[in-house]
Design a protein around this ligand. Sequence first.
Ligand code: GLC
Length: 488
Amino acid sequence: MYIIEVASEMAPLAKVGGLADVVLGLSREISIRGNSVEIILPKYDCMRYDLIFGLTPTYHDLQVPWGDGVISCTVWFGFVSDQKCFFIEPHSPENFFNRNTFYGCTDDVQRFAFFSKAALEFILKTDKRPDVIHCHDWQTGLVPVMLAEMYQHAGMSNQRVCYTIHNFKHQGVFGGDILHATGLHRPDYYYQYEKLRDNSNPSVLNCMKGGIVYSNFVSTVSPRHAFEARFTDQGHGLGDTLNRHQEKFGGVLNGVDYNTWNPEIDHHIPAKYTCDTIQDKYHNKDALRDRFWLTKDMKPIIAYIGRLDEQKGLDLIYHAAFHSLNRGAQFILLGSGSNNEINNKFGHLKNQLNNSPDCHIEIGFNEELAHLIYAGADMVIVPSVFEPCGLTQLIAMRYGTIPIVRAVGGLYDTVFDKDHAHSWERNGFTFNDLDTYAIESTMNRAISLFYDYPHDFRQLMINGMKSDYSWRRPGENYVNIFDYIRHK
Ligand code: GLC
């Protein structure tokens, strides 16, 4: 099969969240399975150009109709982690992708509507005829809409679309100006409830809803989250639309790239280890403590690694720092805030705890440090408010680091409680309620196991290390989905 991924992020060169990792990891896996994969991305000024191999212009003057005129684009080609990538560079006064940021501009919907249109125009003009176009999140929600309503008639009638939703919270709402700019026009038609009209606000249109309505298959990133999106408020207003399209909607759990996240081969950590040499993990614990000037004693290290966003349960993370210290554990945090207010809040925490020999708070993101923390810590906490899939818990398990998580979304599907789950699947600790009591009592159970039953603690570590959360199974699932829709 021939698959084109259209996305607004890809690791490691343009990464904001887990979407970036999925685009790279999944593309690699489906290529390994003998399919041909190409990836189309915006040519952002702030990408890691040092990670693109052989970047060259491949298509000059791609004319993309936009509003009353045309925007000329240069399309560049280069390899990233062996994957074939095309980068769209528009030449227009708006400078859509030269903003020194990936997102957060007032005209984001315009920027990505343009990107979606340019990607289709590029596919059309270069006579690429993929079996499946795979797009992601609100940024590319208009791809299936424009494909069905405009490009199908221009010669792309056999292309199918799979649309993957990583985060229902951001849906991309817009008004008639974008209908005009994209050339979709016909407001009366698109403002129908069955089409793109936003489910809560009848005066706007919704990119993500368009993606759901027009795609041949819609997935989200875990089975549990597929349920939550339909039947709880986690669909952020799209539950009804998902229910109407339930026959083409499902959850596929993400994988982890074990080429990057694997203590057996990780060159960022001082001591490599496997299940059989698990005691070598503790050299990494020593190194981690050296790095942060933490006391070396019998205490467990509990860590938080990831974005600091409301979604992640900020109050509980904050609370967990103090609770760890109170219960005789050490605490390490590595994360960057999604806004200044959050950075200030955790900056304040850093000031408060900086002198403690048992705590280190690192604001910002540092990939290499993340590896050392996964390898050196004993447990990680993931107390998310919602979590479509979550990567932290999957990476942690690979490193024999025990996850303590709130049982939502992908966390529910991948972490099984030491005391409550079936004995053969136990690999961590879970709690349900979003309150300090719940996280405290769960952390207490984990800390007690560490101190009082080291043998059982080690067994839990091994269970996590042995589970397979690679891209193998998800890759197979996506290939099956692609194959299914292309024959429809
Ligand atoms: C988003 C979700 C996260 C998921 C990731 C990749 O960032 O919040 O749960 O793991 O996308 O799908």
